[in-house]
Design a protein around this ligand. Structure first.
Ligand code: MLT
Ligand code: ZN
Length: 485
């Protein structure tokens, strides 16, 4: 629980005066949606949700809260998988939501950059880039709701990391409101800028613990002239990697996405998500969704796809495959992949393990973690899927049929630690792209202890000495987070 004081009536009055009626919510019926995370794992309370209209308003609101010593929880689209943006249940933390700051400020076609505010959804930013003939190459399942500020604060990864890297790789410049209300004006459009510490990279992935990202300069890519997608049936993750190697040997620059889905995960999607059906003759033990794309004119992309698939069908790596013949069919293939998290939500309680290992270790990870979880909880339903091309597997586990969801969730640490032990043995990470949030700080001392966590702590203390920003995220209470006791 936060150790900071509750906002006083006087502070709330001053904030209301500053932000106006549409900039502050205080009625519980209005604030409730901001106090629960997407997965409904966390339920908090808040005296106020602040919704500033621009950076200047935000800076003033943060100044007022900081002067009063009040803790602040930054929030964007509220799509965190790890409770990264939910206030605690003390009612003393103020939520600051940047969704009203939702302008695409400019797109520079020659520079291949866009300047975008924190509250723009990732989807809206992608659309704006596309309209300008360019591409914002970041794509995640929640892109219709996830906002740029949160996407950057969590260094989101997603489906195109295999080609373009994570959010971090796309950020050229940032504007950030710091915990004392001062503003770091770093909206530079430069590909080269070696002028001291690359501060922007400190805020990317800091999960709202160091500042509020209010706007960013993102690097764009040329719009692909051709895109091809195929769903392929394979025997297992080993087969998926053999196919990946074949596409990479042909031309690594063509691979836009390379996604793995287990038969169990696909079964949940086709049974539980309306409008999702398998376009193959029969279900398979595992699947790959591969997407190739190129900005080159006159490239025979279909030929490239068919060459690799033909050889893979011949040598048995792929047992069946379907190529999208239209944009509608391509979207239908992606729906099968993108609806995995939703299908698992519909199947009951689930525990997510957003882990990464070196690509070559993915098959061993899946085999060993499947066996270990089955031994831990009979009837548990592993449904691994994810970004196999970059080594990030969502080793998600759905509760056994008929089990009490709360009883299953009570075992989440045991499940995460069971999978975690194998991930560690394979030189991996316990959080590949979702972050640490409020779900996983307990893992930090063990995984990132010693000098690494101590250095993070010193950086936090230097920028936010009173621990006012997003208390409870990243740092476990016993590593000196001053705002949580
Ligand atoms: C995804 O790639 O769809 C997600 O990160 C979802 C998840 O882990 O459930
Ligand atoms: Zn993912």
């Amino acid at each position: 629980m936060t150790a900071c004081p509750a906002p006083t009536a006087d502070l709330l009055d001053r904030l209301a005066h500053l932000l106006g009626p549409s900039g502050i919510l205080t009625a519980p019926s209005d604030t409730d949606p901001y106090c629960t995370d997407w997965r409904a794992l966390y339920h908090g309370r808040t005296a106020a949700v602040l919704r500033p209209a621009d950076t200047a308003e935000l800076a003033q609101a943060v100044t007022l809260c900081a002067q009063a010593g009040v803790a602040m929880v930054p929030q964007g689209g509220n799509t965190s998988m790890v409770g990264g943006a939910t206030p605690d249940d003390s009612g003393r933390e103020v939520v600051i939501c940047l969704s009203r700051m939702n302008r695409v400020r400019r797109i520079d076609p020659l520079d291949h950059t866009m300047e975008v505010e924190a509250g723009v959804t990732l989807k809206a930013a992608q659309d704006a880039a596309r309209e300008a003939g360019l591409m914002l190459p970041l794509s995640i399942s929640s892109e219709g709701s996830a906002q740029i500020g949160g996407v950057l604060a969590t260094n989101a990864g997603g489906n195109n990391t295999v080609r373009y890297g994570n959010a971090r790789e796309l950020v050229l410049g940032l504007e950030v409101v710091l915990p004392d209300g001062s503003v770091f004006h770093g909206l530079r459009r430069l590909r080269k800028d070696n002028t001291g510490y690359a501060l922007r990279q400190l805020f990317v992935g800091s999960e709202g613990t160091l500042g509020f990202i209010t706007a960013a300069i993102l690097q764009l890519q040329p719009q692909p002239r051709a895109t091809e997608a195929a769903l392929c049936a394979v025997a297992d993750a080993k087969g998926a990697l053999a196919l990946f190697a074949a596409f990479r040997a042909q031309d690594p620059a063509l691979i836009q996405a390379f996604e793995y889905m287990s038969g169990a995960g696909m079964d949940l999607v086709t049974r539980l998500v309306p409008g999702a059906s398998l376009p193959l003759a029969e279900p398979a033990p595992a699947y790959v969704l591969v997407e190739l794309a190129t900005p080159r004119a006159n490239a025979d992309l279909r030929g490239a796809l068919e060459d690799v698939l033909g050889a893979a069908l011949e040598d048995g790596t792929v047992t069946d495959a379907v190529i999208a013949e239209s944009e509608g069919q391509r979207m239908a293939l992606w729906k099968l992949r993108e609806e995995h998290a939703e299908a698992q939500r519909r199947a009951g309680a689930s525990v997510k393990n957003d882990v990464s290992v070196p690509v070559s270790h993915v098959p061993e990870l899946i085999d060993r973690a499947t066996a270990a979880c089955a031994a831990l909880i009979p009837g548990i339903r592993p449904a691994p899927f994810g970004h196999i091309g970059d080594g990030n597997i969502h080793f998600n586990l759905v509760q056994p049929e008929g089990m009490d969801p709360a009883a299953f969730l009570a075992l989440d640490h045991r499940i995460m630690d069971t999978v975690g032990a194998i991930v560690r043995d394979l030189d991996g990470s316990f959080s590949a792209e979702h972050g640490v949030g409020r779900l996983k700080p307990y893992m930090m001392p063990d995984w990132r202890g010693g000098a690494e966590l101590a250095t993070m702590r010193r950086i936090k203390d230097a920028i936010d000495p009173r621990g006012l920003l997003n208390p409870g995220a990243i740092f476990p209470p016993d590593t000196g987070n001053p705002a949580r006791v």
